[in-house]
Design a protein around this ligand. Sequence first.
Ligand code: PHE
Length: 454
Amino acid sequence: MSAHGRDKGRWGNRFGFILAATGSAVGLGNIWRFPYLVGKNGGAVFLLVYLLIVFFVGLPILLAELSVGRAARKAPVAIFRALRAHPAWSAIGWLGTITGGFLILSYYNVIGGWTIRYVIASMGSLMDAASTAAGSAAFFGAFVGNSGHVVFYQILFMGIVMLIVSGGIEKGIERACKVMMPLLFGILLLLILRSATLPNVWAGFEFYLKPDWSRLSDPGLYLDALGQAFYSLSLGLGIMLTYGSYIGKDERIPSAGVWTAGLDTLVAFLAGLAIVPAVFVMGFKPDAGPSLTFITLPAVFARTPAGMYVSFAFFLFLFFAAVTSAISLFEVAVAFAVERFGLRRPAAIGLMGLIVLLLGGYSALSLSGQPKIEFFGKSKDFLDAMDYLGNDILLPSGAFLLSIFVGWVWLPQALGELTNGGTLAFVWEKAWIWSIRFIAPLAIALIFINSLLW
Ligand code: PHE
């Protein structure tokens, strides 16, 4: 067996794979973006549309990525050569590797570092500082403005990611997800319980979920749901291609995909239940992004009985979500270096880790008052620019090309993978074919055009 062959890992079992894929999917997007989108787009109405989109657009692409990955058993860049596809298709692998393994990860680990800081601060000065909203904003500002601190926590976070990935597929990634994901679910349930027992909380639940059917006529709702579905399922970045390459030949890809998509959606919905009603009842606005998570929520916790513990639990939950997503991004970069440069895993981990940290260092420092850069006609700081380039431009491009490749070039082979060579019944085969050929590429083209114009 070659050195590469020995380096190629596998998931220990189906449950391990599902937890690892769910670990990748459940991330910051579920916690700070999804709840906000529900509130913004008419409550339960958005939930319904989102569910339909996850199952008719997101899931089909997820299955396609897993199938391509398993068939080739390679990292994304080499996949298309292994499948004897035209070399131009390798662009999908390059796009995914650069976007996921480098661009997105470079800022994801900065935010991951923030979560560690907040886990620790929850037990220290955070609750005092956050007793007013302005105090909470000042605490956050002082922290991100201190480059030394931010970089320290970024390195700590990335060090944890590198440590986990160096354990390999089964003993590293899978084992970490088997511990962290059940803990994440447990903490989430406790947080919901806490928020459901706050006074007047029903008004908050109503705010979160009350359907506003008139929103159905707003095209923005569908675009939000589509974009969120891709991001949340970690599609288009080579991640599910890479994770697919570690699935055993006898596993059932369709059911593993349904579990992953289902659990990811469930966590997003429950995170909303834990967060939005409490924010609403305390008189704050459930805005999206870092400000909700790192400024509004600490102020909410500071007014909640046992707030210190709630805050600690919440940021630990966020930390687990961020780590299990970051390891999936990092694994793409590592698998690439192993295959492309023939490095052994430890060397690949060291080298790629260093590159990611250097790139991320720039994002980290961009928060302490660097000049903004002009980016596609918009003025952004470096962290936002990476986020925009990664999520709004490169991610949909990769997913679009992949759906065309699988739908129009590689369909019979994909069906072979999904049915394990015809030995498994694949009940929604027709719906899947329709989606991967027509619905998915069209939907992605729409999101893409929208994000360029917007
Ligand atoms: N799926 C993750 C989330 O919802 C985000 C993510 C995207 C993570 C891509 C890794 C890779 O937050």
